[in-house]
Design a protein around this ligand. Structure first.
Ligand SMILES: [Zn+2]
Length: 286
């Protein structure tokens, strides 16, 4: 899986030929080839990206200044959080690498890659996440946050969070940023982040569950969908004054959020919750 150095005049044709010859699972989302002050770039369209589907286009740009590989990649709107491997001249490098004229650079997304032969040990750039990942969700993804809370995942969300706040929360608490804002993910202090492709909330849930392999980690009805608080059992007598007549008559087991005092029970709304949980389980094969 190595691009050879070609003479500048034929490099475009060679790269296109190379790209056409490799099987889908080996294709890269970005290939930079720097030669004679020109950069040839195969660029992934993040809107259509999935680990198994690649679309590429090639552009050419002048290259005559010092630039880090992180900045070069992100100049094409690919956030560093989407990149797991960078191979420069057969060596695995990190984002601090400064691009040299003539480098052959392959940039791999976060997905399983087989058969990659390099001279140095692979330097994976996406840090490992904990078994119980925490999230901080951007302001325009409120329904995604509520769905993930419904499944039991810890999701901070506040419609007053600005980008700096979200970045700081992520950096200091190791929370994964979920956003549709590429510029937010380009902030250096964010190490854990995911660019949400879809604008459909249920599809967004599917993306996050797949990306972080969460389908076996559902803990439904353990977290408040309104505020992210951890639900606790409560005695019926303590909240009976807040219940409507039929709820009072037919239901006996209740949960309460200690933070916002929202009360939950096995009633009609939990039936709706169960339908959603079943739907997400089907989507992810869990
Ligand atoms: Zn709450």
């Amino acid at each position: 899986m190595i691009c050879l150095s070609f003479e500048a005049g034929i490099i475009r044709e060679k790269l296109l030929s190379f790209y056409a010859s490799v099987s889908v699972q080996f294709k890269l989302d970005i290939v930079f080839t720097l030669c004679n002050l020109y950069t040839y770039i195969f660029m992934l369209d993040l809107k259509t990206f999935s680990p198994c589907q690649y679309s590429t286009k090639m552009v050419r740009r002048d290259f005559n200044y010092k630039v880090s590989i992180k900045d070069l990649i992100e100049s094409y709107n690919v956030p560093h959080t989407e990149i797991d491997l960078i191979i420069v001249n057969d060596n695995s490098v990190d984002f601090r690498y400064y691009v040299q004229n003539g480098d052959i650079i392959h940039v791999y997304p976060v997905c399983p890659i087989q058969g990659l032969a390099v001279a140095t040990p692979l330097l994976h750039l996406v840090p490992p996440i904990s078994d119980n990942p925490l999230f901080v969700v951007d302001v325009n993804l409120g329904r995604l946050a509520r769905y993930l809370r419904l499944l039991g995942f810890d999701c901070l969300f506040c419609n007053r969070f600005d980008d700096a706040t979200i970045a700081n929360i992520s950096s200091t608490t190791q929370r994964i940023v979920l956003t549709r804002d590429r510029k937010l993910l380009q902030r250096k202090i964010i190490r854990h982040g995911y660019f949400v492709r879809s604008n459909i909330p249920k599809t967004q849930v599917k993306e996050v569950l797949s990306r972080y392999k969460l389908h076996s980690k559902f803990k439904p009805l353990t977290r408040c969908t309104h505020c992210n608080g951890v639900l606790k059992k409560t005695e019926k007598q303590k909240i009976i004054h807040r219940l409507k007549h039929l709820t009072k008559k037919y239901h006996h087991k209740f949960l309460i959020c200690p933070d916002c005092t929202q009360v939950y029970w096995q009633g009609s709304h939990s039936k709706h919750f169960k339908q959603l949980i079943d739907e997400f389980s089907e989507i992810t094969g869990g």
